[in-house]
Design a protein around this ligand. Sequence first.
Ligand code: PLP
Length: 392
Amino acid sequence: LFAEPEHLHSVGFSPVRQVMEKMRTLERQGHQVIPFQIGEPDFDTPRCIVEATKQALDAKFTHYAPNRGSVEFRKAIGQLLFQKGLQYDPETEILVTVGGAEAIFDGVFAFLDKGDEVIVPTPSFMNYRNDIAMAGGRFVELPLRAEDSFQINITALKQAITPKTKMLIINNPSNPTGIIFTPDVLKQVAKIAVRYNLIVFSDEIYDEIVYDGTPCVSIATFPGMRERTIVMNGFSKSFAMTGWRVGYLAAPPSVITTMLKVHQYVSTCIPTFIQEGLASSMLSAECQADRRAMVAAFSRKRKLLLEGLSTIPQLRFSVPHGAFYVFVDVSSSGVDGSQFADRLLAERHVAVVPGIGFSPSASRFVRFSFATSEENIREGVERIRRFVGSLA
Ligand code: PLP
């Protein structure tokens, strides 16, 4: 009776969740696990957002909001985008979604016909593959190579395009590599998107978590791109609001209208008091200062982890300039990424995510997140050093 339908056959569970479950079992047994698997900021949501949202609840913002999102909230998002060099009309060009996750689903589901191909540079966030499968599309991997510092190889991109290619997904900065695509690479990708008439879905959820002053530009800013790009962003990462579930899409009016068809039946709207709370606080100086402090703290944690890992010769990595991840090649340790992750957790109680969860071709890698305390980072690196030593 409840046999799984065909469109769910290739949909899998998130590898991060699987690691979390094993980690919880160890914690229940009394072990202190170092959480390098984590995919969310280890910071509290800025105080002013919490207070403003409580006030919105007291002021009874508890009814349905418009499907697109409340006008005030969309205006605030429009200003946020403007600060990033992007101009979208809050009335017609912005759609508020239940986190980045719904935004990706809406974008993919709204524009794929059965059999349409979507090129995704990999390793990548797992939602793309699974959402494309649910929409009946075909996920086409464009493997990024550590030798190219995980930048897009333009020749390989051209070769991946077929008459069925409909969309290209760009995640910049990237989960799981932390790499930021250079403006030059993006410019070339943009030219190809224009030449082959592709939709570009641009997941920019980590765009404010960048280091060393590395520029992170939106592909929508290149010539001919605004009309073919769906910009996706959200509050989970850069506002430390993962549990609030707030994301958004920005695109030309007709594109938003099509995605609105999906959104209205998937989720209707996000909680009205959250929209009101954010609209009245997210652009304040206090909120911006909290966010800057978070990025500065991430920068210190990143330095600490990279310094620690670079003292273990069996581990190799490209320096991440954005997000809070490092994608580490562990193959010189004598085991592959999955064995490394499993044994590191079981034997030393350090949780990392096996690279295979982000691409079948990333079996040599594991993903570390530095969204944890400096004390955990120090202790975690020491446990890893001993673990790698035990493999020799
Ligand atoms: N896009 C990327 C690249 C992510 O890493 C994540 C979360 O890990 C999301 C989107 C989804 O974010 P949200 O929690 O807002 O759904």
